[in-house]
Design a protein around this ligand. Structure first.
Ligand SMILES: *Cc1c(COP(=O)(O)O)cnc(C)c1O
Length: 362
């Protein structure tokens, strides 16, 4: 790795592509002859408007977003969406949630403040180590939407097949898998993603929302910032947006286009994750915690036979320059987050290290 950078396996904020960081560094004192950095620039300037317009256009191209969907850049992180969603989308006051891990559970708890929220399915019985069969669920006839977290960052599961919502609108939290593979946007009513996992710096979400779901007839007491129509009617600039974040995300979108788009990214991610999963499947010391068919390509939790040994491995990896491998406390053990920007070299180096560790601790 150049510049003394480390292979950073953090679940988020996480690695960004090196060419993007280099461009940002080169532009930080004077962006394209404007005489200032993007951090210092008015969001009402034509220079910044171009940055924002290009970011949206590039994202639309990458994901092939249909014209009846709006792309919104909203601050507050994915956590704010847990409330913003039900506040805007509940019409009958009913929604169905599928709870497959820590993040969908939080979204479910938050939504409960605002309506009749049903637990449609859950994998809590086995500590969220799998995705339930969602082909024929008892979807509420009056549900305004069905909610999923498509990739559970902490528990390491991902949907291979979207739930059968029986015609109801599907809402998906894609935070930890956004732009990691092709996505058919028209399968969803609303997709949102906190960008700090796979796309950019922390502090913003991207929402992709079908226009007919942007309603004006919602409770007038809902704060103006928390209305999708506020953002949709003002090009995501009702107030000062997270200019820096939009700028860096825009660079990442261009980078993804330059390597061949989401199809190419997906291939890289499949190959990269295979290196780690093959190792785990053959190891006598380490094992993955998720059933094979539901494994995430982005977040890979794994354990040894004991907490003490887990801690020893975490300390040894850190000392060797592989950062942030400690698992979340709800799963324990270790977790390697191998998002888009983690090079295959990084995963191979980690696997070499773990292989040696195992050989030395027989
Ligand atoms: C990280 C994460 C969140 C929370 O994101 P914040 O931006 O910290 O609010 C929500 N959902 C998923 C799937 C995540 O990975």
């Amino acid at each position: 790795m150049k510049y003394g950078r480390t292979y950073n396996f953090s679940a988020g904020p996480s690695m960004l592509p090196e060419p993007v960081l280099e461009e940002v560094a080169a532009e930080v004192l004077n962006y394209h002859g404007s005489g200032m950095s993007v951090m210092e620039m008015s969001h009402r300037s034509s220079v910044f408007q171009t940055i924002a317009d290009e970011a949206e256009a590039d994202l639309r191209e990458l994901m092939n977003i249909p014209s009846n969907y709006k792309v919104l850049f909203i601050q507050g992180g994915a956590t704010l969406q847990f409330a913003m969603l039900p506040l805007n989308l509940l019409k009958n006051g009913v929604a169905d949630y599928i709870v497959t891990g820590a993040w969908s559970k939080k979204a479910y708890s938050e939504a409960k403040k605002y309506g009749k929220i049903n637990l449609l399915a859950t994998s809590e019985d086995k500590n969220y180590s799998y995705i339930p069969d969602c082909s024929d669920l008892a979807v509420s006839p009056d549900a305004d939407y069905v909610y999923i977290c498509e990739n559970e960052t902490i528990h390491g599961t991902t949907y291979q097949k979207l739930p059968n919502t029986k015609g109801k609108i599907l809402v998906s939290d894609q935070s930890s898998m956004f732009l990691s593979r092709p996505c058919n946007v028209s399968d969803y009513g609303l997709i949102y993603a906190g960008v700090q996992k796979n796309v950019g710096p922390a502090g913003m979400i991207v929402a992709i929302i079908r226009e007919d779901l942007i309603r004006e007839d919602i409770d007038a007491r809902i704060p103006i910032y928390l209305r999708y129509d506020t953002h949709a009617n003002n090009g995501s600039m009702y107030n000062t947006p997270n200019c820096w974040c939009i700028y860096v995300c825009g660079k990442v979108f261009k980078y993804l286009k330059s390597i061949g788009g989401l199809e190419a990214m997906n291939q890289r991610n499949i190959e990269k994750a295979k290196v780690l999963y093959d190792f785990l499947d053959n190891s006598k010391m380490f094992s993955g915690t998720v059933v094979k068919q539901d494994r995430s390509l982005m977040n890979v939790p794994f354990v040894t036979a004991s907490k003490e040994l887990d801690a020893e491995v975490v300390a040894a990896t850190k000392a060797a320059g592989y950062d942030n491998l400690k698992g979340h406390k709800s799963v324990g053990g270790l977790r390697a987050s191998i998002y888009n920007a983690m090079p295959k070299d990084g995963v191979e180096a980690l696997v070499d290290f773990l292989t040696k560790f195992e050989a030395e601790h027989k």
